[in-house]
Design a protein around this ligand. Structure first.
Ligand SMILES: [Zn+2]
Length: 121
């Protein structure tokens, strides 16, 4: 693993997001929807389930890097891009987010997996 600065590309314009110019963000209304779907699913399957039954479950909500100037919607959970510029920063935020019950309704695992492989979002 290298200790180079992590690159984040804007989900809207595809250009890199520099420190102070944007956020890593996830849409909270969508996260709450996925969260509710899982709560309902678990409640209706108290004794477990077949893998095939998961086919209709919603996909995790994607985190997106985005420029402040490109953002069009509100109601999002945002992390300043400067705070996730390094692997250590990303690890620190991962620890923080693991305290949120809704984290598993997002694709955070993909985000850190991509950055660990040196690919960017
Ligand atoms: Zn942009």
């Amino acid at each position: 693993m290298t200790l180079e600065a992590l690159t984040w590309s804007c989900a809207v314009c595809s250009k890199p997001v520099s420190d102070g110019a944007g956020f890593l963000t996830v849409d909270m209304p969508s996260v709450q929807e996925v969260d509710r779907a899982w709560d309902d699913f678990k409640r209706s399957h108290p004794r477990g389930y077949e893998v095939a039954e998961l086919a209709d479950m919603p996909e995790p909500v994607p985190w997106r890097a985005i420029h402040e100037a490109c953002e069009v919607e509100g109601s999002t959970y945002s992390i300043e891009i400067a705070k996730v510029r390094t692997h250590a920063g990303l690890l620190k935020w991962t620890a923080h987010l693991m305290g949120k019950r809704w984290l598993s309704s997002t694709n955070w695992a993909d985000v850190i997996d991509h950055q660990a492989r040196g690919q960017h979002l």
